[in-house]
Design a protein around this ligand. Sequence first.
Ligand code: GCB
Length: 593
Amino acid sequence: MLRPQDTATRETKCLSGMWDFAFDAEDRGQIEEWFAHPLPGHTEMAVPASYQDLSTDPAIRDHVGPVWYQREVRIPRGWADDRVILHFESATHAATVWVDDVEVVSHSGGYLPFEADITDYVHAGKKCRLTVRVDNRLSFQTIPPGVIVDSPDGPKQKYWHDFFNYAGIHRDVWLYSRPQAHIEDVTITTDIDGDDGIVTWSVLSHDADSLSTKVTIFDAEDRMVAEETGASAQARIPSVHLWQPGQGYLYEAEISLVDGEQIVDSYRQTFGVRTIRVDGTRLLINNEPVYLTGFGMHEDHQTIGKAHNDALMLRDAACLEWIGANSLRTSHYPYSEHVLDYADRHGLLVIDETPAVGMNMGLGGGIFGAQGYTTFSPETINGETQKVHAQVIRDLIARDKNHPSVIIWSIANEPESETEAAENYFRPLFDVAREADSTRPVSFVNVMLAPYGKCRVSQFSDIFLLNRYYGWYVDTGDLDAAERHWREEMAGWASENKPIIITEYGADTMPGLHQIPAQPWSEEYQIDVLQMNERVFDSFDAVVGEQIWNFADFATTSGTMRVGGNRKGIFTRDRQPKSAAFHLRKRWRGIEQ
Ligand code: GCB
């Protein structure tokens, strides 16, 4: 699937803005055919936004089930000869879409794009009614999983991941036009040969048997540097400008379907020329070792919840730069493509994660009350879930494969991984990822409950991604013991001849709480926990990256472990620094204050 784009042959119309909106607490909308007329009792809703925090009504924040969005749209009059596509960058977690009375697409999974060709149901220059039913329910067969529990007050959604179950249309909605014969997909991979870059592409087209494919490559100054014909072909860029950490140099491939001199369809794909390789305990980009600094993040903001907003993204990016972060993990789901575009342009390194989080009833038992469930079983996470999981891995890679910033695929966060059932569940999923992309390391994020020697899934990882809370969830307040235990465990992982990135470590911290001697929850203790971790990382060559949990405080489900959400942020939820931010700025950039 390509992104909506304005080119010589394609046009876009953004449908973000105000839509009509209705809750469907009793799930009657489909039977009553709400798509066929104005939504009953509708109010207004902003798109994109999570709907939960826009109101003051607890029933809205706690709503379990479908909500409906509706608006009219006029199809541009110039699109009469084109295909008309309706494209959603994401809708969380499941969506069904109607154009007037016709159902045009259904999609499951809250963080990846989907679209429908609606040409047959609309007319250029005429209006149509768009209706979208968005469902926030999670089950054992969704990624992430959850379960609906009945209660005297109605259904309650349980889930085992530590972030609030925001829902709604979280990213832009588009109408776009494309020609009848068109480009459907493009995959670009790169290599380096001496001073030159080698660019290999594969272009998939529809209804284009009699057409040829032409690819023209431009550098960042818009100078043409290579041109070749062929749907699967290669070009050489002499004296190539590499994409490097911190310097996101981008080329653009203009892909054209041509009939002689006539351009039938055209699409632009940016890319960077760089290589990634794991060599023993080193992670190499362009054959040079890299060390990752940065954070596990969240798409999470006051009021708009999980919606993407360019302005807020820029504030996050400014904080990342200020502190000296060169990387981030899209914990715990695929982020907006605009985040990856930004990372591409600025040379940020991204660990790109699927939404497979909360697949660990052992962990859930402690924090989220998952007692009584078995993680992998015919009644819980089962073969059907595994198929959905495989598809989400394919879809993530299909969406993000051309982003040079993406350097590692993470296929899950902290699943159960110490059991035979886990080994059987995950083995084929690593194969799925490697079949979809053989150019990047594949991994998953290991949890503390499956430490070195116990984990049965890490054997499949190209690189170890470890989340460890020494000094917080274990050895709380006792950093001497924490450091001793951490070193003992790290020695095990470091003996495996694979690189290690610590993808989570940290401590909940209330901004403004100061204590000497430092105690958990104080700003001083957060710094002490970081320093203890840094001593451990700095004494193992196999550690090639440190990503703190979390970039900023974020919303969670309510519970006795959370005070107004998760407070492990180095920045507050409104992106102001806690004391630890200055410590990190010194470590990562050498800048005092
Ligand atoms: C974890 C999870 C993350 C949580 C974090 C915490 O291990 O991966 O989603 O938010 O711990 O703060 O407990």
